[in-house]
Each structure stands twice: as structure tokens, then as C-alpha cells.
Ligand binder design. Structure first.
Ligand SMILES: [Fe+2]
Ligand SMILES: [Fe+2]
Length: 374
């Protein structure tokens, strides 16, 4: 049988075909791949888990919602969407302010790595599993993430760079997380991804003069994919009430704090990028946290109190400690050691302070499923 390979990841119907597509076959771009390879607290990581435990999940308790969600994902409304068309305006890379260009490329590389991190994890789950509910879901999600990563690579290629995804798969370090931690972290990263993309999309609808790159026009369909992925993890967590009760509520709080804190610090490293978008990073963070919290009530019994008087000033302290930590890294000898130790201690203290702000409790609705509403 002659299987036709699509020429672009956007048209592929499986993750394998999406990764084999022409637009993924890049010449290695060393500096971009090096950035994508880095493993710090702030850079996207690759994850591995106990795939057998995940394969054993029985989705019967959420069967009706599950089948509806899988049906929606199989119908593939975004097939063919993630590629350049006549809406893709010419990008003036040469004329772009150098600081903005640096931050924007950094944003694209980090987004591409994050998309691809999801792709690798989901693809591996699909490959290792034998439970057809689980493997079907993970195949569909891996397909989407491969398209997203491929599309970002299209954008990067115009600037003369690309992330070598094949190289990353083989060489990037994998962090092991137990399945329940994968659920919390991945659920949150999908939902916060939705909130981030839709917030930028809606803002640029109001202020098209700030749309300095065409990729933002694709953010609505993009975030709808992420929304569905988050829905799938919400349903997975719903299959076992223990995952969202007892001691695990403290883990949920930990992941909420870590994900929100990381986003805040990472975004504040890109002042020119936010200026070009016409977005105040503090406003943006609060807006994204509010949306994510509202959505996560579908499955988490708590949300963080982001209006608590200690929240914002402590985030700022966390950010300052990270700025000082990065500055200390550039020093040498005792100044470096001392600078790193004190900045790390301050960052840890800020994190503990955020973590100990009392959470807001609420009742989780019996009905889990949501539709994108922002
Ligand atoms: Fe994605
Ligand atoms: Fe996703």
C-alpha cells in the first residue's frame, strides 16, 4: 500500500505523519536547539512517567463526556489550519528592533519546545499503551502538538532559525513525574496555555496595531486545541476522586503556585515583547490567572487567592530574586557563590510565602465538561 505523506504538518492526521512532514525536516540550527535543550526551572522540560499506570485508567465513570470529547477531537476541526496562508503578512525581521527580535525569538523557541514536550509525552503514552481509550486520546493530542510545534518552526524558519525536533527527542533530558503529577502539571499547562493565547488574541482584536507578527492571528483555533487537551485531563482526574482530595489538594496547590509563579517570572524576562504587544505583564498575568482559576474549578476543589494582599508583592519579590540569580550566574568566584545562594534563598522564601496564602475552597460541580468561553 502506498501511504501518502502530507507535505505539511498542518494536514497530517497522525503524529507520525506530522513529524515526518516536509516542514519539520529542518537543517539543524544550533543556537536555537541549544536554547531548547537547556534545563532550568524556567525552561520547558520533557517528561516521562509510569506509562503502565496511566494505561490502566478506566474511563467508565466519565464515559458519556469522554466519548463526546474524543468524537470532537476526531472530527478534527483544525486540520489544515496551522500553516501559512494569505493571512500571513510579511514579517520584517530585518527592521524589527533588535531587543524585541531577541525576546520574540526566545518566546517562539520556548513555545515550540513546550509544544513539542507535550507531543513527545503524549506520543510515548500512545506507543506504550494498550488501553484503546487512552491510546486514542494521546494519539489525537500528540497530533495537535506536532502541528503546533511545526507551525512555530515555520515562523522561526523565516528568521533563519529552527529547532531540531528530532535531536531534542533523542538528547534532551527527561524528568520523571508520577502519573498524578503529570495530570496536575499537564492539565494546568494546557489550561493556562488556553488562557494565555486567548488573552493575547482578544487583546489584539481590540488593538490590531500591536499585532507585530501574523502568528497571533492563529491563536484562537490554537487555544481551542489546548482547551480540549485540558478537558481530557480533567476527565482523567475525575475517574478517581482520590486525585483531587485529601493530601493531594496540597499537591494541587503546589502545582498551581509553581505554574503561576513560573509564568510570572518568565514573562517578566520579556519586557520588549510585552511592550510591542501593548500589554502590561502584570495585567496580563492577573488576567491569565483569573481565567485559569475560573476554569480549574471544574476539577480542583481550591483556587489560589490571587487577590490576597500578599500575592502580587510576593510575586514581585520572586521575580526580583530570579533577576538577581541570573546576574549572579554571570559573576565569578565567591561573588558568584554568595550571589547565587542569597538569591536562591530569597526565591525559596517567596515561594513558601505564596504557597502559604490560604487557598479559596469551593465545591466541584458534578458536571465536568466546559466549552471555551473567553
Ligand atoms: Fe499545543
Ligand atoms: Fe496541548
Amino acid at each position: 500500500m502506498n501511504v501518502q505523506t502530507p507535505t505539511h504538518s498542518a494536514d497530517a492526521t497522525t503524529v507520525e505523519a506530522a513529524l515526518a512532514a516536509d516542514n519539520q525536516q529542518v537543517v539543524d540550527s544550533e543556537s536555537a536547539t541549544r536554547v531548547a535543550m537547556s534545563n532550568t526551572l524556567l525552561t520547558p522540560r520533557f517528561y516521562t512517567t509510569d506509562f503502565d499506570e496511566m494505561d490502566a485508567i478506566d474511563v467508565s465513570p466519565v464515559r458519556a463526556d469522554w466519548d463526546q470529547l474524543i468524537g470532537q477531537m476526531k472530527s478534527d476541526p483544525n486540520k489544515g489550519h496551522f500553516k501559512k496562508n494569505e493571512d500571513w503578512d510579511k514579517v520584517d525581521w530585518e527592521g524589527m528592533d533588535p531587543a524585541l527580535k531577541r525576546e520574540f525569538i526566545d518566546f517562539l523557541i520556548s513555545s515550540c519546545t513546550a509544544e513539542f514536550s507535550g507531543c513527545v509525552l503524549y506520543k510515548e503514552m500512545k506507543r506504550r499503551g494498550s488501553n484503546s481509550d487512552i491510546t486514542t486520546l494521546f494519539q489525537l493530542m500528540a497530533r495537535d502538538e506536532a502541528r503546533h510545534a511545526g507551525f512555530i518552526n515555520d515562523a522561526l524558519r523565516e528568521a533563519g532559525i529552527a529547532v531540531n525536533l528530532g535531536f531534542l527527542t533523542q538528547k534532551k533530558k527527561y524528568t520523571y513525574f508520577r502519573p498524578k503529577f503529570i495530570y496536575y502539571a499537564t492539565y494546568l499547562s494546557e489550561k493556562i496555555g488556553y488562557a494565555r493565547y486567548i488573552t493575547i488574541f482578544r487583546h489584539l482584536e481590540q488593538h490590531p496595531e500591536h499585532r507585530f507578527h501574523p502568528i497571533f492571528k492563529w491563536f484562537r483555533e490554537w487555544c481551542n486545541d489546548e482547551f480540549s487537551h485540558g478537558e481530557a485531563f480533567a476527565l482523567l482526574m475525575k475517574t478517581d476522586p482520590k486525585l483531587t482530595s485529601g493530601i493531594n489538594v496540597w499537591w494541587i496547590k503546589f502545582f498551581l503556585t509553581a505554574v503561576y509563579g513560573t509564568m510570572y517570572v518568565r514573562d517578566h524576562q520579556r519586557p520588549e515583547f510585552h511592550k510591542a504587544l501593548g500589554v502590561d505583564p502584570d495585567w496580563y498575568a492577573h488576567s491569565v490567572f483569573s481565567k485559569t482559576s475560573e476554569i480549574s474549578k471544574q476539577v480542583f476543589p481550591i483556587t489560589l487567592d490571587i487577590d490576597h494582599p500578599r500575592w502580587q508583592p510576593t510575586l514581585e519579590r520572586l521575580n526580583k530574586a530570579n533577576v538577581d540569580l541570573a546576574a549572579a550566574e554571570k559573576k565569578t568566584g565567591i561573588a558568584r557563590l554568595w550571589g547565587k545562594a542569597t538569591a536562591s534563598a530569597r526565591a525559596a522564601a517567596a515561594f513558601v510565602s505564596l504557597y502559604t496564602i490560604p487557598a479559596v475552597r469551593h465545591t466541584v460541580p458534578a458536571q465536568t465538561r466546559l466549552e471555551p468561553a473567553y
